[in-house]
Design a protein around this ligand. Sequence first.
Ligand code: G6P
Length: 611
Amino acid sequence: MCGIVGYIGEKPVRNLLITGLQRLEYRGYDSAGLAIVDDEVLRVRKQKGKVSELASTFQEASLPGTLGIGHTRWATHGFPNDTNAHPHTNATEDFALVHNGIIENYGAIRKRLQEKGYYFRTETDTEALVHLIDSVRKETALPLPEAVRQSLTQVVGTYGIAVVSSRDPDLLIAARMGSPLILGVGEGEYFIASDAAPLVEHTRQVVYLNDGELVVIRRNGYEVRTIDNERLEKTVHELEWDLGQIEKGGFEHFMLKEIMEQAEALENCMRGRVRSEENQIVLGGLIDVMDRLQAARRIILAACGTSWHSALVGEYLIEQYARIPVEVEYASEFRYRNPIIDDNDVVIVISQSGETADTLAAVREAKRKGALVLGICNVVGSTIARETDAGVYLHAGPEIGVASTKAFTCQVAVLTMIALKLAQGRTLSDAEMTQALHALSMIPDKVRQVLALDREFEQMASVYRYASNFLYLGRGYNFPVALEGALKLKEISYIHAEGYPAAEMKHGPIALIDRFMPVVFIATKDRTYDKVVSNIEEVVARKGSVIAITDEGNGELDRLCEYVIRVPATEEFLSPLLTAIPLQLLSYHIAVMRGCDVDQPRNLAKSVTVE
Ligand code: G6P
C-alpha cells in the first residue's frame, strides 16, 4: 500500500527519491509524486502511473535540491489521477505533505475548513490534513512542526506522514499512527521510509517510530516526541537486510526468485531450531512463554490472505500433535466481533510483513482481553513483531513479490516446529520425534527436487493459460494448499479460481464441471487418498480436465488425469511444504504467459496497512 520516502542531507535528492520509490513499488500503488525543496522553492511533481514514468517526465534538471519527500499512492479516497496523487500542498504552496493511511474524520475537518474559506482541489482525505495544518499554523502562529503536532491531535484514523516546507530548507517532519515509518540514520543525512527497502543501500542504522510519535529532523540531528509533546529517547537498531536480497539477482521477477529461494529460506528458517542431534526443537523467541503456551486451553491463530492459509495448516498440525484445540480466524473478523478470550488462551498472529492493519488490530484486541499474544512474522522490527509478547521470525529474507510464496512455506515450517515442540513429551515419543525431525530436515532437499520440475509446470501453463476458471481441491493438510493454489492464480493471472475441500465438491462446485473447467487435485498418498481418487473419477466422468499432484512413483492417476505432477514422498504432515510449490509455479507461468504484471498485480498491495 502507499509508500513514503523522504531525505534530508547533502546529496541531490531527486534520484535518491526515485530509487527509493522504486524500492517501494512492490507494496502496490497507482500513482507517484515528489516534493523537493530547493533554495526556498518547493517543487512538486506527481502523476498517475509508474514511478519510471514520473522519472522520465520530470528530469533531474527540473528538480534540484537536497531535501524532499516522495510517495506512491494506492487510492482509497478518490480516483487514481494526477490531482489526487501525493504530495499535497497548502494553498500558498509553501509546504507539502505525503500520507499513508486514512483520515477517518476528514469529512468533518473538510466541512469546518470550507466554512473558513479553504478550497479543496482533490477528493482525498489527505488534503483535509494539509489545510488543517495550514489553519492551525495561521491561527496560532506556531512553527510548522508544532502546527503539525497540534493538528494530528485532532485527527481520527491512521497515518504515516512526511512534511517539507520551502520556508525551512533544513526541516523534515514525519509522524505515524497505524501506518509504518522508519527513520534511517546516516552521517549528516537522514531518511524516512515506509519500510527498510529504500534504506538498505544508504544506512543500516534505523529507528522504528511507534504509533503516536513525531520526529523533527534537521541535518544535524533529530528529535522524537509523542503527539502529546513528550520527548522520547529512541533506540537505534541495526537492519538485517542487505541489498542483494531486495534485488532480482538475474531472475525475471521477484516472485520467481522467491519461489526458487524456498529451499534456502526453509534451511534458514529451521537453522539452529531443528536440533536432530539433541532430538528436540529450540525456538529461542518462545522460551520465556513456553510454559504458558504448553498450558493453553485454546490457541487462536489469526491472520489475513496467504498467512491465513498457513494458519489453517497450523490448525491441523497443532491439533494433531499437541492436542490443544485451535481456532483459525480472519484477523479482520476477529477484531470486530468481540471474541471471547481470556488469559487461558494464546493468540498467535501470522503476518509476513508484520504491518497488516487488521492483524495488528487483532493483536491489540487479544492483548486487551488478557491473552498471551505471539507473532510469526518475517519482517524483523515490524510493528506486529514489536507489539506481540513473544514470537518466532521466519528468517525467509525479504519478500518483494506481492503474491506470497516463500513466506507461506516458512510460516508452515514455523507452525510445524511449534506443533512438534508442544507435542514432545505429550503425544510424541522420543522415537517419533526422531522420525519427525529427520523428515523435516529432509524437506529443503525435497523442495529442490520439486523446483527442478519447473519445465513441466511451464509446459502445463502453456496448455491452461486461456482457461477462465480453475478449481483446486485437496483434503486434510492439503485443503489449505488448495485454497492457497487458487489464491495464487487469481492474484497474479486474474483467472477466477476457487479452492475447496475435495469432498465438498459434490455440494456445489461439481455443477461447474465441464470440459472447460481445469481441476487441480492434490492427491498425495495419505489417509484420504482413495476418497480423493473417487473425486477425480467424478470430475473425469463429467469431462473436466484434471491436473493431479501426487507422490513420486505413483502411476495410478496417469490414466485419469491430463497431467500428473509427482513430488517426493514425505510424512503426511509435511506434505504442504512440497505440494504448494507446483501450484506457485503454475500460477507464475500462466500469469507471465497472459502478460500480467506478476510482481505488482493490479489493485493488490503487499502490505495492507489500511482496513
Ligand atoms: C496482502 C498480500 C498477501 C498477504 C496478505 C497478508 O493481501 O498481497 O500476499 O498474504 O496481505 O499479509 P501479511 O503481511 O500480514 O502476511
